[in-house]
Write a protein that binds this ligand. Structure first.
Ligand SMILES: [Zn+2]
Length: 189
């Protein structure tokens, strides 16, 4: 191991080393012999290349088939759902552009989907898998396994978060009951 990730957070503009000790690496800048952090992140010292760099706390990642993302339902159409992707699951990382992707109706569930509007609603938070990356960087998502689907939904009457009761979602505020393609990781019981 030539690289050492110090468990030390640097802030933008913070003095992290001098040119006598290290060369300025990624996300750093040099001024008058001193090296400063260019972003918020962990300080990384590479003793082989003699470089000091800062690893941003939320470095964006490139998606590939099989990646799991969290996103928000933006539009529900008759044959697809538009998702605004937010984070990549398990990595606490942001999604690199494009930030929008689509769940085609055939990728929604193993069960028959008659009306997509009964499975997703605008504003729902969804856990989805990347199924395909198409030419033009268009991304197809899928929710057709038990852990994928809606993890947080909101009442379509009063907008309060819905709680899971058995296989349906109930609003504790107004008593409304709704259905979704519910993930087994649904957040509110
Ligand atoms: Zn309600």
């Amino acid at each position: 191991m030539d690289k050492k990730l110090k468990k030390k957070v640097a802030l933008p503009g913070q003095l992290i080393s001098t040119e006598e000790e290290f060369m300025p690496g990624k996300n750093t800048f040099e001024d008058n012999g001193e090296i400063f952090s260019g972003s918020t992140g962990l300080i990384e010292e590479d003793f082989k290349t003699k470089e000091i760099s800062v690893k941003p706390a939320s470095e964006p990642v490139k998606l590939r088939p099989g990646s799991i993302i969290f996103g928000k339902v933006d539009v529900v159409k008759d044959n697809s759902v538009l998702i605004e992707m937010r984070n990549v699951y398990g990595m606490d990382k942001k999604v690199i552009a494009p930030s929008f992707a689509v769940i085609p109706v055939r990728n929604v569930s193993r069960d028959y989907v008659e009306r997509l509007h009964d499975f997703f609603k605008v504003g729902d938070i969804v856990k989805a898998g990347v199924s395909k990356i198409l030419p033009g960087n268009n991304i197809d998502l899928e929710t057709n396994s038990p852990e994928l689907g809606v993890v947080k939904a909101f009442c379509s009457r009063c907008r309060k978060p819905l709680h899971l009761f058995g296989s349906s979602l109930k609003c504790l505020s107004c008593g409304n009951t709704e259905g979704r393609k519910i993930s087994k990781n649904y957040l509110l019981n």
